[in-house]
Design a protein around this ligand. Structure first.
Ligand code: IFM
Length: 423
């Protein structure tokens, strides 16, 4: 199962944690649909031992979580916060005691606000700060990790955070967005280079949100648009990582909004990595006219309005293997939001159960086609803070009653647990 720090931890002002860009963003009126924040979230900071014990009871053997950078280095460049590191040390101890492997993500979006004040991901200097943070985390915890991920979904940081402005830091500037898309990739390469020296045994990768893109019709204009959108979503990230170049069609389309890329950058970005993490939720359609209307025709959609389309996962994995030959692929997130009702102490969620089962089946199909798929993480262990949607969307295998913080395993969670235990 997978989670992320800002979405579950809470304790935003405890233990010396610094402010993150998401704390600042949530405090701005109108940013989060239910006007909520990560202040308390699932209170995982205080309930961590119980949450880990729950995972263990569910038969979970691999846990993907992230470190809140401002918890361990409040301003992103100055002193380390020992109380922050102590929390993650306790988490690793608890996981180890239960025989659960730890998969750590360094950046799941909660950049220290003070780095944002100096330009955040638009600034090349943030890359240097990120590498020092990566090195310190690896120095303390590297020997205890099954894998380490540099960044989660750089597309989201760039596009939702800096082009559309609907995620933190809420910037709306296309020229900045593509500079931002470059810096997490660059800092990924820089961190991998440094960690290879210090921790040659550590399994290193990056996590991308990827979808297959379908043309809305067979018209040439829609086919062309789908190809370009594939460039923006898939190739813009995979090509520099595996081919050491940005895709020419996207660069041309970007024109003056293309990022400044120093001569050595692409060689740094394309460091060999041990795996690519794929976050898959749905497929997308592209049309030269109105881009998203076509999805209204989908038969099955989740509470996010995303189509349920398991074959898209097989198709994506097969294509990534064919075009890029990564050493290994992991599905680092896959899951669905549905409206859940807690009734008589139970949550019956057949749609989420079907979603899970069908996507795991889609993974199996990919493996049978020769894809080196080495793992699958369900998103998410718990209902949690779903960014701009606040607490209005529930992705958990475990229901969280936010009034009492009670955890109730949903029927999908029971099904998954049986699956994990081979029952
Ligand atoms: O909740 C998010 C997660 O933080 C990143 N990937 C997508 C999930 C669902 O929107």
């Amino acid at each position: 199962v997978a989670t992320a720090a800002f979405q579950i931890e809470g304790a935003a002002r405890e233990g010396g944690r610094g402010e993150s860009i998401w704390d600042r963003f949530c405090a701005q009126p109108g940013r989060i649909v239910d006007a909520s924040s990560g202040e308390i979230a699932c209170d995982h900071y205080h309930r961590m031992p119980d949450d880990v014990a729950l995972m263990a009871r569910m038969g979970v053997k691999n846990y993907r979580f992230s470190i809140a950078w401002p918890r361990v280095q409040p301003d992103g460049h100055g002193p380390w916060n020992e109380a922050g590191f102590a929390f993650y040390e306790r988490l690793l101890d608890a996981l180890q005691a239960h025989g659960i492997a730890a998969h750590l993500t360094l950046n799941h979006w909660d950049l220290p606000q003070s780095l944002q004040d100096q330009g955040g991901w638009t600034s090349r200097e943030t890359c240097g700060h990120f590498v020092r943070y990566a090195q310190e985390v690896a120095r303390r915890f590297g020997h205890r990790l099954a894998s380490l991920v540099t960044h989660n979904e750089p597309w989201v940081i760039a596009i939702l955070g800096h082009e559309q402005g609907i995620f933190a830091p809420g910037v709306k500037a296309r020229s900045k967005a593509f500079q931002v898309s470059h810096h997490p990739l660059l800092s990924h390469g820089m961190a991998v280079k440094a960690l290879r020296q210090s921790h040659p045994q550590l399994s290193l990768g990056i996590v991308l949100n990827l979808s297959p893109i379908y043309p809305a019709s067979a018209s040439q204009a829609d086919l062309d648009k789908a190809r370009l959108d594939d460039g923006y979503i898939v190739r813009w990230y995979m090509d520099p990582l595996f081919k050491g170049q940005y895709p020419a069609d996207v660069l041309e389309d970007l024109g003056s909004d293309a990022p400044l890329v120093a001569e050595e950058d692409l060689a740094i970005i394309s460091q060999p990595i041990d795996f690519v993490g794929v976050n898959y939720y749905t497929r997308n359609f592209s049309s030269s006219g109105n881009p998203w209307d076509v999805r209204a025709n989908a038969q099955r959609v989740t509470d996010m309005g995303w189509e349920v389309y398991p074959p898209g996962l097989t198709e994506l994995l097969v294509r990534l293997h064919r075009d890029y030959r990564p050493q290994a692929l992991l599905v680092t997130e896959n899951g669905s939001a549905f409206v859940d009702q807690l009734q008589d102490g139970l949550v019956h969620d057949p749609e989420r159960l079907d979603y899970l089962r069908e996507h795991i089946e889609a993974c199996r199909t990919a493996v049978l086609q020769g894809v080196p798929l080495k793992g699958y993480f369900a998103w998410s262990l718990l209902d949690n803070f779903e960014w701009a949607s606040g607490y209005s969307k529930r992705f958990g295998l475990v229901y969280v009653d936010y009034k009492t913080q009670a955890r109730i395993v949903k029927s999908s969670g029971h099904w998954y647990s049986n699956f994990l235990m081979g029952r």
